[in-house]
Write a protein that binds this ligand. Structure first.
Ligand SMILES: Nc1ncnc2c1ncn2[C@@H]1O[C@H](COP(=O)(O)OP(=O)(O)OP(=O)(O)O)[C@@H](O)[C@H]1O
Length: 323
């Protein structure tokens, strides 16, 4: 169990982490989500005592700095490619193992586990980002820790690699480990996480399960098709808190009422229905609603002509930062 209380970090005038408190429970994958620059990496560094700030993080009741062999309890990867460039992957892990009283044979085990056996005698400087991420995970797992803290571990992995990572994290969580993993991408988090801690501009936006996040930040709607669209729209607009958008061709998008309520209104108005379909809100939509106002870096639409070359500038709601 990780317990973070009142974490704060200021860079000059800027409050990068603003009074964050949360818990990460064992047996679950907890996703740490936020747009670029939200403060995820800074929070993780604070948790591990690698950055000065205020607040406290306890790992099963103890601060990181008081744990005798941290590698055996907490596996952390905060930066991909943080390896000695010329030492082989295997030697890199064997050296770390020796420093923590872990048998050297464990290096080969974890390299096999992350799929790097074939390149274990190679130097990480030639590794792709995806391979470096796998080596980072191998390093984190070296001491068979009960807690994992991973900053953007899916960054650089191909779709196959992301599915592999999801399966790995889920199976580690199923062994009752505590897994805290950051990403700025909803698509990844929705695959991997059971629980979410969502931040924007250093502040807590949401802390709870993935479904609850979608429910809280999206307004679910119902698609209705009827040959009497105008008549039904009039009847529905008379109901408190119901919103109706006419989509054309006899289709309406209705918010604020479930299919049963819409069916009843239609029945009483003498309207025949051809379709009544709840629209499931995506995690992506929830993320944009939740963090839209707190995005740190937003590319703006060009005001004049399009740039002479390259892709068009991204609009609000994309999180490809322009740091
Ligand atoms: N060493 C530093 N000096 C000054 N400001 C910093 C420093 N490190 C981070 N920041 C600022 O603190 C804020 C949080 O940065 P952080 O890297 O923690 O965000 P993040 O959520 O990890 O972003 P990303 O998803 O882009 O990695 C940002 O506005 C960033 O510019």
């Amino acid at each position: 169990m990780i317990t973070a209380r009142g974490l704060n970090k200021r860079y000059g005038e800027k409050l990068a982490v603003d009074d964050l408190s949360f818990e990460v429970r064992p047996g679950t994958v907890t996703g740490f989500l936020g747009p670029n620059g939200a403060g995820k990496s800074t929070t993780m560094r604070l948790m591990l005592g690698l950055d000065r700030g205020s607040g406290e993080t306890l790992f099963d009741g103890r601060r990181f700095g008081t744990i005798k062999h941290p590698m055996r309890e907490i596996g952390a990867v905060l930066e991909a490619k943080a390896f000695h460039p010329t030492r082989t992957a295997r030697n890199h892990l064997r050296m770390l193992a020796a420093g923590s009283g872990i048998p050297a044979s464990r290096a080969d085990e974890v390299l096999e586990f992350v799929g790097l056996s074939d390149v274990k005698r190679k130097q990480p400087k030639g590794f792709s980002l995806g391979m470096a991420q796998r080596l980072g995970l191998a390093q984190a797992l070296l001491g068979d820790p009960g807690t994992l803290i991973l900053d953007e571990p899916a960054n650089g992995l191909d779709p196959h690699g992301i599915h592999w990572l999801r399966d790995v994290l889920r199976s580690l969580a199923a062994e009752d480990r505590t897994i805290f993993v950051s990403s700025h991408l909803l698509s990844e988090m929705s695959l991997m996480a059971d629980q979410l801690v969502v931040i924007g501009r250093g502040k807590m936006i949401y802390n709870g399960d993935v479904d609850g996040f979608v429910r809280k930040f999206t307004q679910t709607s119902v698609l209705v098709r009827t040959p009497q669209a105008e008549q039904l729209a009039d009847a529905l607009r008379g109901v408190d808190r119901v919103t109706v958008d006419a989509l054309g061709d006899g289709a309406l998008r209705v918010g604020g009422a479930d299919p049963a309520a819409i069916g009843e209104v239609a029945y009483h108005a003498g309207v025949m229905l051809h379709e009544l379909t709840p629209q499931t809100a995506s995690l992506e939509a929830a993320f944009i609603t939740a963090t839209g106002a707190s995005e740190e870096y937003v590319a703006h639409e060009p005001t004049g002509a399009s740039p002479p070359s390259g892709p068009p500038a991204a609009g609000h709601g994309t999180y490809g930062g322009v740091a």
